[in-house]
Write a protein that binds this ligand. Structure first.
Ligand SMILES: [Zn+2]
Length: 231
């Protein structure tokens, strides 16, 4: 890649006219969709793992690690497998959970809150963990969803390189479309290891983001939801 191309990219409008240097450690995100190349799935998962293993071995080698050491020699393949099959598996739409809905036979018409869903994600700016709890809620428009599926939707979007704002909105938008209602809320409370273990090294701070859709977007419903969560 020529220097020109790099400069062009750094100054592209997707960065709101700030350069990479201007942004530094600040976490900015550019849209609801995870930025993916159009040809992201033209190669198979197996081929991706092979290529990542080669590239990760190169990173370790450049850092001076001895890849003939028994402890290190399996690491490139392990990392590649972990990236594709586990911690970044949510990039592939083929891994999206299938969701069945049921009729609301109980006629339950208050909010349902699934709280304290533990998730592990990774910051897309540093590739270090984001660890948090998600609380999701909805009011049925006639259909209900299995409780474990709410958890699975959170896990699917968490298993991507992420920023917390996008993760919050992706979960909310998907729930809205699955449940056929705007009456959906998502609150995420998470620790970013890029903030606590490096950079500013603030171990006590946490980041909270929220989405209040439809009927949830009133002070009364927000209070009610917070009461459920803090109970
Ligand atoms: Zn980060």
């Amino acid at each position: 890649m020529s220097t020109n191309t790099i400069n062009l990219k750094n100054n592209s409008r997707s960065l709101n006219d700030f350069s990479i240097t201007d942004i530094g450690d600040d976490h900015l995100f550019t849209g609801l969709e995870t930025p993916m190349k159009p040809d992201a799935f033209k190669i198979s998962d197996d081929e991706k793992k092979q290529r990542i293993a080669i590239l990760f071995e190169e990173i370790m080698d450049v850092m001076g690690l001895d890849l003939t050491d028994d402890s290190l020699k399996g690491t490139p393949k392990r990392v590649a497998k972990m990236y594709i099959d586990e911690i970044f598996s949510g990039l592939n739409p083929a891994n999206k959970p299938t969701i069945a809905l049921f009729d609301n036979k109980y006629q339950y018409n208050q909010m349902l809150v699934e709280k304290n869903i533990t998730f592990y994600s990774n910051c897309e700016h540093h590739f270090v963990p984001i660890i948090g709890k998600a609380h999701v809620a909805y009011i049925s428009s006639g259909k209900v969803i299995g409780l474990s599926k709410l958890n699975r939707i959170v896990q699917y979007y968490a298993k991507r390189p992420q920023v917390q704002e996008r993760l919050t909105n992706q979960i909310a938008e998907d729930l809205k479309s699955i449940l056929g209602t705007n009456d959906v809320a998502v609150i995420i409370d998470a620790k970013h290891l890029c903030v606590s273990s490096r950079g500013i090294k603030d171990e006590s701070s946490a980041t909270v983001t929220s989405y209040y859709g439809g009927a949830f977007n009133t002070p009364e419903k927000i209070l009610e939801l917070h009461n459920y969560i803090n109970n």
